[in-house]
Write a protein that binds this ligand. Structure first.
Ligand SMILES: O=P(O)(O)OC[C@H]1O[C@H](OP(=O)(O)OP(=O)(O)O)[C@H](O)[C@@H]1O
Ligand SMILES: Nc1ncnc2[nH]cnc12
Length: 174
């Protein structure tokens, strides 16, 4: 089965969550299925190339699931990009709008070596607010974004346009 079909078969649509009018794409069935989760992680690594990055960054919370698996499978480290107030040392931060609200993300100011190649991964690309903020934070903290992968892209929310021509890999675009 194609990876896009596999992902499609493991995503549940939940209407009106977390707010009326939002169609929430729930990826928990994909995460809970061992072979399907492994196939998704392997597909992200294959499309990016394991030798194209030095470290993996993932956004709290669902991005951590993918990022940790990609990091472990490739023998790289993981840098968590966290919601405000969670990191103990000096941070760089960005506030942004997402499909159903607003959030602030932070990363430690010394999280990356100068010029380190950083693969950014998340579960969903919706409006692109989270992704745009994260890519900027990685660069503010001294890293170089080598690629950005998501499991699922919601193209009707135009997240790609917000990323101003940066390449995005999605296992499934709907
Ligand atoms: O493209 P955007 O409109 O920014 O939306 C995408 C983001 O929204 C979700 O995270 P959320 O902030 O809901 O947090 P969670 O992972 O903690 O559930 C998702 O995991 C992405 O990070
Ligand atoms: N519709 C949606 N479903 C799941 N995660 C999301 N993150 C932002 N919008 C989302």
């Amino acid at each position: 089965m194609e990876i896009s079909e596999l992902v499609a078969s493991k995503v549940l649509d939940v209407p009106d969550f977390p707010k009326p009018g939002i169609l929430f794409k729930d990826l928990m069935p994909l995460f809970a299925d061992g072979p399907a989760f492994a196939a998704a992680v392997d597909a992200i690594i294959a499309e990016q190339g394991a030798d194209t990055f030095d470290v993996v960054a993932g956004m709290e919370a669902r991005g951590f699931v993918i990022a940790a698996a990609v990091a472990y499978a490739t023998g790289k480290g993981i840098v968590p990009v966290r919601k405000a107030g969670k990191l103990p040392r000096q941070t760089v931060s960005a506030t942004y709008a997402l499909e159903y609200g607003e959030a602030t993300l932070e990363v430690h100011a010394d999280a990356f070596l100068a010029g380190e190649r950083v693969l950014v991964v998340d579960d969903v690309l919706a409006t692109g607010g989270t992704a745009a903020a994260t890519l900027n934070l990685v660069e503010q903290a001294g890293g170089r974004v080598s690629g950005f992968s998501v499991v699922l892209e919601l193209s009707f929310l135009a997240g790609r346009e917000r990323l101003e021509g940066r390449p995005v890999h999605a296992l499934l675009t709907v």
